[in-house]
Design a protein around this ligand. Structure first.
Ligand code: ADP
Ligand code: TYD
Length: 209
């Protein structure tokens, strides 16, 4: 159990608009009277932000696939202990920009089929799912061009290219199909305000009261 508050995650490929929409949903829910903790992964707590630098910067071949799963899960465990669980226990709404579905998709399929390993470690160390996951779906070419236009040093995953982005989009859609009670799939190829309206409607309709 995660406490009394609502736990919401945003997922989707790079450049789909998650950060933009997480911010807008936080604002809209605050306007509706919720107390909101807005956070992100990898990172979200001081320790996990340190791990973020290790996994997102540097040579793409820096970590083995297995080490990478451990690092993302270690970051998530710290985030869960220090930020997410305490906020939910206070009755707040927690909105996180990425959570465990990102590991299922990115670490689960990008370097061989490691999904079973990801799932076992998740069960052992995290064992928590959001009440609602908003999957922002977008054409990979659009996502990649938006992400690349940002030009940050955090490029280990964006450098994987279009074919991999397409595989990851399919991976997210498959997760949504397998978990219809938790996921809402949102069309991200519209102006930010239109996407935000859709997301707010979905959140207000689907969150447990
Ligand atoms: P993500 O967190 O999924 O990588 P961001 O929210 O950071 O995505 O958006 C990536 C880039 O695309 C940013 O420069 C942002 O301003 C822009 N962007 C976000 N949403 C839209 C949208 N609906 N239409 C066009 N551009 C957008
Ligand atoms: P993020 O900052 O959300 O990037 P973007 O805004 O471009 O979507 O995430 C950084 C990268 O980390 C992104 O390419 C996906 C990757 N990632 C994983 O590979 N596994 C994970 O478990 C998480 C949370 C992120």
């Amino acid at each position: 159990m995660t406490g009394r508050g609502h736990f919401i995650s945003f997922e989707g490929i790079d450049g789909s608009g998650k950060s933009t929409q997480a911010r807008l949903l936080a604002q809209n829910l605050r306007d509706a009277g919720h107390v909101v903790t807005l956070t992100r992964e990898p990172g979200g707590s001081p320790g996990a932000e340190e791990i973020r630098r290790l996994v997102l910067e540097g040579d793409p071949g820096r970590w083995s696939a297995e080490t990478e799963i451990l690092l993302f899960t270690a970051a998530r465990r710290d985030h869960l202990e220090k930020i997410i669980r305490p906020a939910l226990a206070r009755g707040e709404t927690v909105i996180t920009d990425r959570f465990a579905d990102s590991t299922r998709v990115y670490q689960g399929i990008t370097r061989g089929d490691l999904r079973a390993t990801v799932d076992r470690l998740h069960d052992l160390m995290i064992a928590t799912e959001p009440a609602l996951t908003l999957l922002i779906d977008i054409d990979p070419a659009t996502g990649l061009s938006r992400a690349v236009a940002r030009r940050t040093s955090e490029r280990r995953f964006e450098d994987m290219g279009l074919a991999m982005q397409s595989a990851m989009r399919a991976g997210f859609l498959a997760l949504a199909q397998a978990n219809p009670a938790r996921f809402a799939v949102i069309d991200g190829a519209r102006p930010p305000e239109a996407v935000a309206e859709d997301i707010l409607r979905s959140a207000l309709a689907r969150l447990p009261r």
